[in-house]
Write a protein that binds this ligand. Sequence first.
Ligand SMILES: Cc1ncc(COP(=O)(O)O)c(C=O)c1O
Length: 408
Amino acid sequence: MSCQYEITQQTALPVNQQLPESLTWLQEELSTVISDNLFRPVRIRSGRQLSTVTLNGLPLINFGANDYLGYAGDARLVRASAKGACAEGAGAGASPLVSGHSNLHDTLGKSLSLLLGTDDSLIFPSGYAANTATIACLAGPGDLIVSDAHNHASIIDGCRLSQADVRIYPHRNVTAAAEILQTIPARRRLIVTDSLFSMDGTIAPLADLAQLAHDTQSMLLVDEAHATGLFGAHGSGLIEAADIASSVAVRIGTLSKALGSAGGFVSGHHTLIEFLRHRARSWMFSTAHPPASAAVAIESINLIDKEPFRRQKLAERAFQFRKKLTDHKINIGDAEAHIVPVFLKTPQEAVEIAASLARDGFFVPAIRPPSVPRNSSLLRISLSYIHTQDTMNALSDSIINFVGMRHE
Ligand SMILES: Cc1ncc(COP(=O)(O)O)c(C=O)c1O
């Protein structure tokens, strides 16, 4: 179905196209972005987020979405969205603190708590907002935050906002984290980690971090953005799979990836949620996310319960995909799930190989700084239940061909 809206507004102000003198420095900054091969064009997607997407008019098999279970374009969720909007309107109208917290948000909180086995949950406009506000609420001046070097930008920004003493430990190195916790004095301590890392597809050493939190009387915050719906017998995430639920003080996640919707959440003990309702600034001072998005997430949580075969199939196919790449000496680092990086030498190489893959019909984003540290670049392949084994095979053949050719 096509959905073209025409702009019908009558008033159009004359455009002032002069770049203000005070902003001319931006041109120089942008030139550097371009010459460093770090420019990111805007791609316009037409139609739903499905296994094939049309980007700038070109249909491509989509390996660039976090729609791991294939729910974002699912007709059942599209209907849930329409039903939610009919019941509770297009916009939430106010912050949750005032009158934006609707019946659907309330039901979603309960549904998330059931999925995660927690007391209570709080819905944020995005996962980014959930991380920044929550971390800044839990730590402040005089406190210590110990954070993995590969944590997501929203965690990094939350740490900065907190004004706590922030120490970064090398990726997944629990010994280094322990050393920091044992040597730096602090009023309170917070350990923060992604559970499945968004760029390199590795899994955090959750059991060891849980033990460390216990030994050092630290709060443990785990961001399950890329794991919710995908791991554990009930599909709640890697905390369930590692059997450490009772050791995780704060669980953060997003509705925007496997759940196919939008928005973020924090889940945990009732006291934590009550505290955040009185302190978390992005919950208090930002309009609640649309009720239709809450309806979508409620429905996708129901589907995660009913359709465990989706996560199981994805895990099997992802294993085969990774194995084939490593058998052909493609550098995927220590990836161990449905996010598969292909590490490359330069941003230019990443851009060129992504362009070659697009000519073969695949959309695979080239990830460059600042999404990854300086001097690193990669192709980030997001595998989804809606990719068949044949499609994944075709992509791995192309990667082996293009990357192999350059690295011989
Ligand atoms: C680990 C992690 N946390 C949080 C977020 C932010 O989630 P959202 O897209 O809902 O803002 C992301 C998004 O990519 C992420 O990768």
